[in-house]
Design a protein around this ligand. Structure first.
Ligand code: MN
Length: 265
């Protein structure tokens, strides 16, 4: 919850997984300057699809970074994952506990099962674990060059969260259609679509003629139900999915308690 009694303006941490030089984080950080004091702490290199990995066997380094286009924004580039960035920022680099963590704007969607693999979502998840309101933003386009329209929507959504606050343990996963600001068909609250990747590996030979493998795959939407993230974005709306950091299947606890787990065989 934002500290409404604080005299200082809100402190906003901006992370991503595409790397500190990605156009999406540039647009997001600049959009956040209207809402508060902005710190960018992001991976020095792209860390897409690392999920919630954290670095425990290597040192993590952070160095001040000249963030393009604004001397108002303080920035650090980190030799780690998106979750490392959020942890290091909150525990070490920021002047005080932040009021909001925003992550993105990711290049490409983080809808459906992709939430599991996403580094963008994981930076926000880490924020939620640390007790901070957090939002992940992804633009549903792989080759977008322009993130300003998405960032304008991101600013509106972030303002609403700063005002209203999120319940503990909840973060928002926002997927934005690749449309001009005024053509977006509103905001829909959605659930993750059921989906999976049909994986395939390309096998090639290295210069020593040893085989190596390159993951490729095809995304399969298994869900034709209503109110999914995929469906909202396909219709040109912004999808907001509230996510829990508690992965427990609460609805199945009683059922599993009835199993005879300790029955001798
Ligand atoms: Mn990414």
């Amino acid at each position: 919850m934002p500290n409404k009694s604080a005299e200082k303006q809100p402190l906003i941490l901006v992370c991503n997984d595409d790397g500190i030089d990605a156009p999406g984080i540039q647009a997001l950080a600049h959009a956040m300057t209207d809402l508060g004091e902005v710190f960018v702490v992001a991976p020095v290199d792209e860390q897409s699809a690392v999920g919630h990995a954290i670095t425990v066997r290597d040192p993590v380094r952070a160095r001040p970074w000249p963030f393009t286009g604004s001397d108002k924004i303080k920035a650090f580039a980190v030799t780690g994952t998106p979750a490392d960035c959020a942890k290091l920022a909150v525990n070490q680099l920021l002047p005080r506990h932040p009021d909001l963590v925003v992550s993105g704007i990711n290049r490409g969607p983080n809808t459906a099962v992709n939430v599991i693999y996403s580094g963008t979502v994981s930076a926000a998840t880490e924020g939620a674990i640390l007790g901070i309101d957090a939002i992940a933003f992804s633009l549903c386009a792989w080759h977008a060059e322009e993130y300003d329209d998405a960032a304008r929507w991101a600013q509106q959504i972030a303002r609403a969260v700063l005002t209203g606050g999120l319940p503990p343990g909840i973060l928002l996963n926002v997927n934005l259609p690749d449309l001009p600001y005024i053509e977006v068909k509103g905001i829909e609250i959605t659930r993750q679509a059921r989906s999976r990747w049909e994986e395939s590996f390309v096998e090639r030979a290295d210069p020593q003629e040893q085989p190596y493998y390159w993951l490729s795959g095809r995304f399969i939407n298994l869900d034709d139900g209503e109110h999914t993230d995929l469906d909202a974005v396909e219709r040109g709306a912004i999808s907001i999915t509230p996510l829990r950091i508690d992965l427990t299947a609460h609805d199945l606890l009683d059922e599993f308690r009835q199993w005879e787990w300790d029955k001798p065989t």
